[in-house]
Design a protein around this ligand. Structure first.
Ligand code: CA
Length: 223
């Protein structure tokens, strides 16, 4: 899962980005509205954390422009505590949720998880596919109750596939959601990660769809 953090306060941006990375996300950072707007329009993100007060272009304008351009990724706005009008304006402009400053990073993480989950059509923090269970809260996965020891790349791959169970996901899509913009991407590595993940899971749940990509079985296929 790949997240964009748009926040001009460098300390806060770093703090959020580090917490997100620790939770297993890949993160791109932007420090003003124009840069943030550009990234959100050109790169695919699973969620965006967007400050409302930004240099160059304010957060409300950024989200308005994305929505007008048909960009539907979940957006969590960061607002000032006592500015209720900002919260209303943010939601009206197309944001999905907001957190008022100052906040606990844990709250932001919980809201981001919920936004990503809901965007993928899952209402619970645990996503289950047959014997495999993904705990989005703890960033952990189990098979038949036994913890899977996954590298960060393997976890991101499993997480993306499980959020999109039953759908065919192309290699390009996987790459775009597993690496940040600066990473040297190589689509052959995806095949290697899928192979390792299959071995670790031990149950045949990830299907190769020739010429198209991969498909994690839907729970209804498993039974
Ligand atoms: Ca700001």
């Amino acid at each position: 899962m790949r997240i964009l953090v748009v926040e001009d306060d460098e300390n806060l941006n770093r703090q959020l980005s580090e917490a997100l990375k620790e939770s297993g996300y890949v993160v791109d950072q932007a420090f003003d509205g124009e840069e943030g707007h550009y990234l959100g329009e050109t790169e695919p993100y699973d969620a965006v954390i967007l400050d409302i007060g930004l240099p160059e272009m304010d957060g409300i304008t950024v989200v308005e422009k994305w929505r007008a351009a048909g960009k539907g990724m979940p957006v969590l706005m960061l607002t000032a505590r006592d500015r209720w009008s900002d919260k209303v304006a943010g939601i009206d402009a197309g944001a999905d949720d907001y957190v008022a400053k100052p906040f606990h990073v844990e709250e932001v993480l919980a809201r981001v998880r919920a936004l990503i989950r809901r965007a993928a059509g899952h209402s619970s923090s645990e996503i289950v596919c047959g014997p495999v269970k993904l705990d989005t809260k703890a960033s952990k996965a189990t098979v038949n109750g036994t913890a899977l020891k996954l590298t960060s790349h393997e976890f991101r791959l499993l997480s993306y596939l499980m959020h999109h169970m039953g759908q065919v996901v192309s290699r390009t899509e996987l790459i775009e959601h597993m690496y940040d913009q600066d990473f040297d991407r190589d689509s052959n590595t995806i095949e290697v990660f899928v192979g390792r993940l299959r071995k670790k899971i031990g149950v045949d749940l990830i299907e190769t769809v020739r010429g198209l990509g991969y498909r994690m079985q839907a729970p209804s296929d498993v039974r």
